[in-house]
Design a protein around this ligand. Sequence first.
Ligand SMILES: [Zn+2]
Length: 87
Amino acid sequence: MKPRQHHVPNATPPHHICDGCGDFNNPYMLKNPVWRQIMPSKRGFLCLDCVAERLGRPLTLLDFTETPINRPIFVAYEMGLRDGRAA
Ligand SMILES: [Zn+2]
C-alpha cells in the first residue's frame, strides 16, 4: 500500500488501438501540422507504421513534440540511428 498516490489523469488512457490496422500501440504525440495531414478530424489513433504510410514518408524525430510521452520513441530513434551508422 502506498500512502502517496499521484493523480495523473492521462497516465492510463483506455486504449491506443490503431484505426488503420487495429494493433495496440504505445501512445505518442505528433506535432499538429503532421497530425492534421493524416487525421483532418484530429480524432482517432494510428500506429506509427500507419502514420508513415499515410504521410508517404518515414517519420523523423522532428515530427514528434517534445513531451515525456515521446521519450521512449526518442530513445529508440537515437539507438536506431546509432546502429545504422557505418562508422
Ligand atoms: Zn496501424
